[in-house]
Design a binder for this molecule. Structure first.
Ligand SMILES: [Zn+2]
Length: 488
């Protein structure tokens, strides 16, 4: 295709020309090539979404080798891999992936300290930014600056397609009005949701943002007035909206809700999902993703594990202590290798998210992929309590099960005493549903339930509805905090 203006060099080409003319986004992506490599809904289901195991392995391996080539050009990977005794050419297929040392977000923080402001793990020179369509998005960061991930056009567009595949499998269609209660900000979730629903399905997004942008009362008002049929909302916020609806006498069942795209989290016996589905009178679907790798896994209408978008990511599950790669069914740290990202390459990123894989099978929905279990917690939030590993998110099931609690909680860990008598105190603060709930009985029952689920006794304190949101960030932040660590 002849282009009306000269295009800037491709990523990594080292093109240092000063760019003093506008660059057009539509020219930054080979759209036909993109759709062929990462088929969006309508194409995915008959192509990459139902490949044989051998075909998929071959495709993943070819993409992996290209990404390894990108990574060798960056000091972060070059130095780590050289230290591990690797040389360019040593990694010849996916069969060699375990030779590559994994990294964590701690390593990325060091990479940024070494080469501010964006780190030596991603191309980010002023020349590169001037010659490429790049966006700055961030994650994490409770202290200091949040950690920047750069996104080129290719990464953004593939992430839009990943989200669209998920939404389509969950039933989102062009006739839907999708209310997105994540804020379009430095965090990525709202952006790739918008892109997936709007660019790759043709649904009508309504970007209300989180509760700090549009209050919960207004969210409900808009949904009713403008005919929301689908929601993209965290499970915690769904529960919060249901509570607000109850308090103001708003009947959620009067809405036209057809489906809810969410992140449910730990829910082994399905109680959490069931309560939300009853409150909203609509199916709630679980998803997994991070801003670096995108929405890589999604439930379909069968709700039997999350399909992995295997042409976009290679997933391994590693034992928390030894790092050994675990077989299907065992829970451990998710290690992700992005198969589409060059800005930055993501090769064996230990997300410290706890999940398990399920073997490949043809699903009732027609897709044939490996699947992921639900999200079970974060290994870096683990607290060692009298010899037992306790994960804050493991409290969720007990809290969700009891109808006297509204589902909101936070674990507070602090130090008690000093010197030899120093011990860790772990308190689970749980919100009751209403001030009329007897706090003494709820506290005792909750302590029993948590003891059973966690395998260790913890103290419970009962809080009033809404009291904990200042700590959890519920309805304000895109993420909900479940651990308040006061030990330092
Ligand atoms: Zn399925």
């Amino acid at each position: 295709m002849p282009l009306p203006i000269e295009m800037a060099g491709p990523p990594g080409s080292g093109d240092r020309r000063k760019v003093d003319r506008a660059r057009y986004y539509w020219q930054s992506v080979d759209w036909e090539g993109l759709m062929k490599a990462y088929p969006p809904p309508g194409l995915y289901e008959t192509t990459n979404g139902r490949m044989s195991a051998d075909e998929m392995r071959q495709l993943q391996s070819a993409r992996f080798i290209e990404r390894v080539g990108d990574a060798w050009k960056l000091p972060f990977y070059r130095d780590r891999w050289t230290d591990a005794g690797l040389e360019p050419g040593d990694i010849r297929s996916l069969d060699d992936i375990e030779k590559i040392p994994p990294f964590t977000s701690d390593d990325l923080k060091l990479a940024i300290d070494r080469a501010p402001p964006f780190g030596d793990h991603q191309p980010g020179s002023p020349e590169f930014l001037a010659n490429t369509h790049v966006r700055i998005l961030t994650s994490g960061g409770t202290t200091g600056l949040p950690r920047v991930t750069l996104f080129d056009a290719w990464a953004l567009e593939v992430q839009g397609i990943q989200s669209a595949r998920a939404f389509w499998a969950q039933g989102l269609r062009p006739s839907d009005i999708l209310q997105i209660t994540y804020t379009n900000s430095l965090a990525n979730a709202a952006w790739c949701t918008l892109s997936g629903a709007f660019n790759w399905i043709g649904a009508t997004p309504m970007t209300t943002g989180s509760g700090i942008v549009t209050s919960s009362e207004r969210q409900l008002e808009y949904a009713k007035a403008w005919g929301t049929t689908a929601w993209f909302t965290r499970a915690e916020y769904l529960a919060r909206l249901a509570e607000v609806a109850r308090n103001i006498g708003f009947d959620l069942h009067q809405l036209k809700t057809r489906l809810i795209i969410s992140h449910i989290g730990p829910d082994a016996d399905g109680t959490r999902r069931k309560r939300l589905e009853e409150a909203w009178n609509a199916p709630v679907y679980d998803n997994y993703g991070t801003h670096e790798i995108g929405a890589v896994a999604f439930e379909c209408r069968e709700k039997s594990g999350m399909h992995i978008s295997e042409d976009t990511v290679y997933i391994e599950i590693a034992d928390i202590a030894s790092g050994a790669i675990l077989p299907h069914g065992q829970t451990g740290n998710l290690i992700a290798t992005s198969l589409y990202r060059s800005v930055p390459p993501i090769i064996r990123f230990n997300m410290r998210d706890l999940l398990a894989t399920q073997p490949r099978e043809t699903c009732g929905c027609g897709l044939c992929t490996m699947k992921l279990s639900n999200f079970r917690g974060r290994s870096d939030e683990m607290v060692k309590l009298r010899g037992t590993n306790v994960y804050p998110l493991a409290c969720m099931e007990a809290v969700s099960r009891d109808p006297r609690a509204n589902g909101e909680f936070i674990c507070v860990v602090s130090n008690e005493g000093e010197g030899l008598s120093l011990r860790e105190k772990f308190v689970v603060r749980v919100e009751r549903n209403s001030p009329s709930v007897d706090p003494v009985a709820l506290q005792a029952d909750m302590e029993t339930a948590l003891h059973r689920d966690l395998g260790v006794r913890v103290d419970v304190e009962i809080a009033d509805p809404g009291e904990l949101s200042v700590h959890t960030g519920l309805g304000v932040q895109n993420k909900t905090k479940r651990l308040l660590d006061l030990r330092k």
